[in-house]
Structures are given as C-alpha cells and as structure tokens.
Design a protein around this ligand. Structure first.
Ligand code: AMP
Length: 304
C-alpha cells in the first residue's frame, strides 16, 4: 500500500461561465480548490476546505467522490455557490473577468476538523488572503505550506498577500502577478524579491513559456508539455499546483525541479478541454508519459 502524505487544500469551489474562441460554457464546475483536487487527486489523497451553497450540483460531489477527495471540511450553507465569469482573448493571451458573485463565499470562515489540522502538506489556493492566513496559522506545523494568489487580491490587499508570503514555504505565482507585486520586470529580479519576502522556494508560471523555479541562488526553467490545441486555460495554475504538491506528497526528500515537472505535466491536461473535463479523464499512465517527455527537454540549472 502507498503511504503518500495527505494534502489539505483550501480554495474556491465555483460555478464558472466561460467565453472562448473555441466555444462558451455556462455554470460548469470550477474554482481553485476544485481544479486542485481534480489534479492532485489523480495521484494522492486530498482533503478540501471550502464552502458551497445549497445550489451546488450533485455533479460536483460526484467529481470529488471520483477522486476519493475528503469533503469533511466543506461547508454547505444556505445561499448561492460562488460564481465567476471569464472571457479570453482570441489568442488566449489575456482574460477579462466578466463577473464575480461571491454568494456564500462572502462570509466564509474556514472550519478545519481538529484531526486535519496536522495534515503534513497544505495548499492555500486562490482565495482572499485573510482566509489563507487563517488556514496557514491553524496548520502551522505542516511540512510544506504552498500558496497561490491572483491579480485581484494583489490589487485589493497587497499587504495581506505579503503577510501570507511570510507564512508559506513555497510560492506559486504567475509572471504578471510576480511583476505586479514586486514591480520587477525581469523574472530573475522578481524571483529574488519574492524569496526575500518569505518563501524558501518560488515558482513563477509563464503560461505556454513554461515555469521558472527559484531555489536560493539556483534557477531552473521547465518547459510545458506540447499539446495540440489550447481550449480553456482556466484552472491551469491550480492544476499545476496539484501536480507539484502530488510530487511532494510522494517524496520524502523532494527534488523541486521534478515537482515542477509534475506541475507542468498536470497543467497540460487542464488546458486541453473546458473546465475539469480533460483533467478528470487523465490516467496515471498518460500523466507519467508526459512527465518523461518534459524531462527530456529540460534546460540544465544555472547559478545567478
Ligand atoms: P486560474 O485560471 O488559475 O486563475 O483559476 C480560475 C479559477 O479561479 C476559476 O475556476 C474561478 O472560479 C476561480 N476564481 C476566479 N476569481 C476568483 C476569486 N476572486 N477568488 C477565488 N477564486 C476565483
């Protein structure tokens, strides 16, 4: 039997409305926690912390069950599930938020069962930074606390986002967001500034240009898996986090470059279809094939 470490993940559980050049979708399952769970749950045990309204569809619970996700820390409250709408530019290089309806998320206070507070790995998915801090403080004994964020929270509460930097061991962030919060255009300078802000490890995601890993003075670049066609990039960052943390769950002395390769391979499934549809149909065999392909093309490390 495998003895993989569990991951406790907090984030949004949402119904997403998407507009892309390849088609539209209304109220499909989404949210940072949902993507993370669909991704990491392919390989390792995940416990979700979040909130849904009483309109949350059975399909969502079925998805969690299909990945054996522990839903004991998901609150179901009277009211509407969080809803978000996004529209992509024809080349997918930019995305506009069409609407954000907080619903039950507005007054959400994470409640973590006493026994789950000692979960060894914690993912602070994209949610309001105060909520991330409250989960990080309750799970402070974790081996690794890994965080993500988004431009909205950096716009609204930059200082609170920086507070979370001080509580997390590993930061996963987009290139644009890294530039936004550090003011540094150069990726190396942004990574250095982010390392100085708290985390021991920083991974800057660069969309189709791959990911950049900063570990002390060491820097690595990891390419993406070459897919045929992007259909919907929503949740790619959370899927990346799911692959990255699944690797941490499976390895006692992790090689963080390999963890980034797991992240990159997992994200490649996400973008091939709308919502979680292609992520959920990925198999372990396909996943490890993609890991091998990416490893064959890795650029060797260099010191700055
Ligand atoms: P990503 O593409 O990685 O930015 O993740 C997109 C997911 O984040 C979507 O499924 C949305 O439901 C969710 N999302 C969008 N805005 C927010 C927000 N302000 N807080 C939490 N989750 C959000």
């Amino acid at each position: 039997m495998n003895t993989y470490k569990s991951i406790l993940a907090v984030g949004s559980i949402a119904l997403d409305t998407l507009e892309t050049v390849n088609g539209n979708r209304d109220e499909i399952l989404g949210g940072s926690a949902t993507y993370f769970a669909a991704a990491a749950g392919l390989l390792v045990p995940v416990k979700l912390v979040g909130v849904v309204g009483n309109d949350f569809p059975q399909e969502g619970w079925d998805l969690f069950q299909s990945r054996s996700i522990n839903t004991g820390n998901i609150l179901c409250q009277d009211g509407a599930t969080f809803r978000w709408g996004g529209k992509y530019s024809p080349d997918y290089s930019t995305r506009d938020t069409l609407f954000t309806e907080l619903g039950v998320f507005e007054n959400f206070q994470p409640e973590i069962n006493e026994t789950d507070k000692s979960t060894p790995l914690v993912f602070l998915g994209n949610i309001q930074p105060d909520l991330q801090s409250s989960v990080a403080k309750e799970t402070a004994a974790a081996e690794y606390i890994v965080m993500d964020t988004m431009n909205l929270w950096i716009d609204l509460f930059p200082e609170k986002v920086k507070d979370v930097f001080g509580l997390a061991h590993i930061l996963l962030i987009n290139h644009e967001e890294a530039e936004q919060i550090t003011g540094k255009i150069d990726i190396g300078d942004a990574a250095t500034a982010l390392l100085e802000a708290g985390p021991d490890i920083v991974v800057i995601k660069r969309g189709s240009d791959g990911a950049y890993l900063a570990l002390g003075k060491k820097r690595f670049s990891v390419p993406v898996y070459p897919i045929e066609k992007v259909i919907d990039p929503t949740g790619a960052g959370d899927s990346f986090a799911g692959g990255f943390m699944a690797y941490l769950s499976m390895h006692n002395n992790p090689d963080f470059l390999d963890a980034v390769v797991f992240g990159s391979a997992m994200a490649s499934f996400c973008v091939e279809g709308f919502g979680v549809e292609t992520l959920i149909s990925a198999t372990k065999e396909n996943f490890y094939n993609r890991v091998s392909t990416i490893k064959e093309t890795i650029v060797m490390p260099h010191n700055i």
